[in-house]
Design a protein around this ligand. Structure first.
Ligand SMILES: Nc1nc2c(ncn2[C@@H]2O[C@H](COP(=O)(O)O)[C@@H](O)[C@H]2O)c(=O)[nH]1
Ligand code: MN
Ligand code: MN
Length: 293
């Protein structure tokens, strides 16, 4: 059911319930107690004035700011993590505004990934959009290719990750923008092998995983549809192969909050609510510094 061992290496395979995450959740909960306490439970965010323990790094997690950063109160920390949807459409003007906001923040390091709203960051998506005469996104159609060809280079005030990693203060951080297909936005891929191919690029030994969307079962509930929408293969990759200490994401605005499975902490840092109001506070998370040995 989604994973096997060969020569000591775990290989994740497409789960039999991949295409129906709500059913997958029920099945694995009933048959394997996979989402049950005591291991799996909600976690309260730490107050901003909590002293940072010695030998720890403080991460400040935000996501889904959707060009609405004015007025967000940013807490003290060492490293900012932004899990995508920093714009509405990926327009260069939006990216510049976001980059200016980043430039004014006091963190030593800032790490950013894209989400499905950063249309111009997804080269294949833009190529398809041009072929379809841009009929779905009229304001993107006003852009000339030379306006967005190097849109990544507008992000001068952060480390931008796209299926890539960076080591900061001894933490290996991997970031990837892909999420399950939903209404044909950027970085959308079908559930199953297509997304698993992206998750298979995540190396073992990653301490912090940044994805745009949630894994199955952790802050992935969409109340208006009574559905779980997290990716089953992402959950299996996180729990059975990569085992990061922190998995940070956003995308499902209603899922804002923290959970743990007893080993990995799952942070849905969506700043915007379901009505795109940027009122969910940034989530602060302390991790012990990796030993240098
Ligand atoms: N039923 C599903 N709803 C989804 C999915 N992905 C997103 N959503 C809903 O949209 C909002 C906002 O997402 P955004 O990417 O447009 O900012 C999210 O909070 C959900 O309510 C999905 O795969 N299935
Ligand atoms: Mn969003
Ligand atoms: Mn999104």
């Amino acid at each position: 059911n989604g994973g096997r061992m060969a020569h000591g290496k775990v290989t994740i395979t497409v789960d039999e319930y991949s295409s129906n995450p709500t059913q997958a959740f029920t099945h694995y909960n009933i048959n394997q107690s996979r989402f049950q306490p005591p291991h799996v439970h909600m976690v309260d965010p730490i107050p901003y004035d909590t002293p940072k323990p010695a030998g720890h790094t403080r991460f400040v997690c935000v996501s889904d700011t959707h060009s609405r950063t004015d007025g967000i109160q940013m807490p003290y920390g060492d490293v900012l993590l932004h899990m995508g949807d920093f714009t509405e459409l990926g327009l260069p003007s939006e990216v510049k505004k976001f980059n200016d906001w980043l430039g004014g923040l006091p963190y030593e390091f800032k790490v950013v990934i894209a989400g499905n709203h950063e249309l111009t960051f997804d080269k294949d998506f833009m190529a398809e959009l041009v072929k379809q005469d841009y009929y779905r996104f009229p304001s993107v159609s006003k852009l000339k290719p030379e306006d967005f060809d190097n849109v990544q280079s507008l992000l001068t005030n952060c480390v931008y990750l796209q299926d890539s990693d960076v080591t900061i203060k001894g933490f290996r951080i991997y970031g990837t923008p892909w999420s399950p297909w939903f209404n044909g936005w950027g970085f959308n891929l079908p559930r199953g092998q297509s997304l698993l191919d992206k998750w298979n690029l995540i190396p073992e030994g990653v301490d912090i995983l940044m994805t745009h969307g949630p894994p199955l079962g952790f802050r992935d509930w969409v109340p208006k549809e009574l559905q779980r929408v997290g990716c089953v293969e992402l959950l299996n990759t996180v729990q059975k192969r990569v085992r990061p200490k922190l998995h940070a994401f956003g995308h499902i605005h209603e899922g804002y909050g923290i959970m743990t499975d007893g080993y990995t902490s799952f942070v849905n840092a969506s700043t915007c609510t379901i009505s795109y109001q940027p009122t969910n506070p940034p989530i602060v998370f302390d991790l012990p510094n990796p030993s240098s040995s």
